[in-house]
Design a protein around this ligand. Structure first.
Ligand code: FA5
Length: 379
């Protein structure tokens, strides 16, 4: 550090020497005199300019500005101590400090302009729309996995000589239950808890719980021989889980002719499973109960996961249940006016969603409904 004289010494030898004598004469001992070197001011300015060059935002600049030229800045502190200098020296040092402040203030203003311009440009760029940009058009969709399975099953059965029939999703109690040998209060109705519509007499109209009512409608509308399949949507008050949905799809099959036997039913099911799943998959029938078929059976296919060896998915049995089947109950023939002494027949019904799950190894039936494009685009 040098004395205030030194701060001005660069300008003239004369003024420099007079400042020295003034100080010793008027300001007392040198340790009470603020000492400011021209080099110090230069250093403050140089460091300030370097600091300014690193500022990146207008907000940040505000803080730096007050550190460089604000009330607590080194320059203000020097200014504050000028009073202790002799008047001529004070003037010289004051001028030098002001010059330094001006340089820094100018530099701050210049930097502010640059930063504001840059921030304006960034905002504009963010808000701008590129009207020339070419948006990728959405790719073509494709048929849903369940619809693919339904179409394939229809083709398969048509190839085996069946016709395709349809029935309403909103059914009457008579078609869904009574004509199928389930009079009111029949305990088997509880197997198919459903959703009723506020239409007509209480609980007379409902969302069908299975495709079996289409059997009745077809037998009413045409005389035997009959060989038909009826795919469609069904509804149940089932809580969704990995294997159940409240809205799902079934396909119904009905064959009525003279001399139809349980062997025809078993052979038809084996033929369809092999055709749909391939030669390694076989079917088997397990005794069961349905009010509209006698005898009744569940039909099962070889487990796709373990190939029949037994695993967690098939509960170690090697088989997975697909649907129900059996010989048409004489009471159902009676309900539609077909003579069971002349005609016999079989019927089956199974879940299309379950079938698709098994064929493609889908581990949760709810994936079919979530509309996740990553899942759907795989099929
Ligand atoms: C029936 O619905 C009978 N109508 C089947 C039938 C037809 C038997 C003709 C005899 C003669 P079941 O309730 O078991 O049976 O359902 C048949 C199949 O539908 C089930 O094996 C399953 O594959 C499918 N299914 C049933 N409920 C659901 C559900 N909530 N979600 C998905 N699939 C289901």
């Amino acid at each position: 550090m040098i004395s205030p004289r030194s701060a001005t010494s660069g300008r003239s030898a004369t003024s420099g020497s007079s400042a020295t004598s003034e100080r010793s004469a008027t300001s007392g001992p040198s340790d009470e005199t603020p000492e400011v070197a021209a080099g110090d001011l230069d250093q403050i300015v140089t460091a300030g300019l370097a600091r300014l060059a690193t500022v990146r935002t207008v907000a940040e600049l505000k803080d730096i500005e007050s550190a460089l030229v604000g009330r607590t800045s080194p320059l203000s502190q020097i200014n504050g101590s000028l009073g202790r200098l002799a008047p001529e020296v004070r003037r010289e040092v004051g001028r030098a400090v002001n010059e330094a402040r001006m340089r820094l203030s100018d530099a701050v203003a210049q930097r502010r302009e640059q930063l504001e311009a840059a921030e304006r440009a960034t905002t504009l760029a963010a808000e701008s729309l590129d009207l020339t940009e070419v948006a990728t058009p959405p790719g073509p969709g494709h048929i849903h996995l369940v619809t693919q399975a339904r179409d394939e099953l229809e083709d398969l059965f048509v190839g085996m000589g069946y016709t395709v029939a349809e029935g309403p999703e909103v059914e009457t109690d008579w078609y869904n239950f009574e004509a199928l040998n389930m009079p009111p209060d029949h305990p088997a109705r509880s197997m198919w808890d459903t959703l009723y519509l506020r239409l007509g007499a209480t609980e007379s109209t409902l969302l069908r719980t299975h495709t079996s009512p289409v059997q009745v409608r077809v037998m009413q509308s045409q005389p035997p021989p009959i060989a038909m399949v009826a795919p469609g949507r069904c509804y149940r008050r089932d809580t969704p889980d990995a294997r159940h949905l409240p809205v799902f799809h079934q396909i119904e099959g009905l064959v009525v002719d003279r001399g139809i036997t349980f062997g025809d039913l078993a052979g038809t099911i084996e033929a369809f499973t092999t055709a749909y799943f391939g030669p390694d998959v076989h079917s088997r029938l397990r005794p069961s109960f349905f009010p509209f078929t006698e005898p009744s059976a569940e039909f099962e296919v070889t487990c796709f996961v373990c190939g029949g060896l037994g695993c967690r998915v098939c509960s170690q049995s090697g088989w997975i249940e697909l649907g129900g089947c059996g010989m048409v109950d004489p009471n159902v023939f009676d309900a539609v006016g077909i003579d069971p002494e002349i005609w016999s027949g079989f019927a089956f019904g199974f879940g299309i969603d379950r079938l698709a799950m098994l064929r493609y190894g889908v581990d949760d039936i709810r994936h079919l409904l979530t509309n996740d494009i990553r899942f759907l685009s795989q099929f």
